[in-house]
Design a protein around this ligand. Sequence first.
Ligand code: COA
Length: 168
Amino acid sequence: MRVEIRDGLESRPDVGPLAAAVYPPEVLANIVWRSVVSARATRRVLVYDDDGSLVAAAGVLFRTGTLNSSKSNIAGIGGVMTLPTRQREGFGSVAMNAAHQLVARESTSAFGLLFCEPKNFSFYHSLGWSSSPAQSSPSSPPRPRHTPSCRHWFTLSSRPLQRKAPLS
Ligand SMILES: CC(C)(COP(=O)(O)OP(=O)(O)OC[C@H]1O[C@@H](n2cnc3c(N)ncnc32)[C@H](O)[C@@H]1OP(=O)(O)O)[C@@H](O)C(=O)NCCC(=O)NCCS
């Protein structure tokens, strides 16, 4: 297995085939965030298997936002995906753990933020994320026409991730 950290824009074409496999048209047609416009990843984690095939990816976005009325640096996570034929082999966790390390290394973000569907609760929860009790918003927000069904967060620090309250 090999893990690469790349520039978000430059690596975008590389994740095209992976994204197409994860989100074929019939999935995209009905997915809850189909009308949400997302910012592009600043950096991207790419995970390759031993044969050199790209099997998983995760995007990291550095943004300034508002947390409880105060300006705050936020590390966003998006574009997390594993090739359908290689899911439940740990590749998604490898991508996310590399993203956590990248954020700790390259930013002063007070916390991480991601949006996900309820079916992915257990994946993110297993990585230390939990539902956010905070009111936060990016400074130049995407334009959602459908409200994402949940928001996950965790506090970024050099300490090991600690699980927070159970997901609601
Ligand atoms: C979510 C996703 C990235 C997980 O990737 P993965 O490589 O399968 O994840 P891992 O193998 O590292 O899973 C780690 C743990 O997360 C949990 N988990 C992962 N997928 C799960 C699922 N479908 N149902 C329940 N638990 C799950 C399990 O606890 C798992 O550990 P286990 O296999 O030992 O039980 C992958 O399912 C995916 O690409 N889904 C489609 C795209 C998507 O929804 N991305 C997330 C956008 S927010």
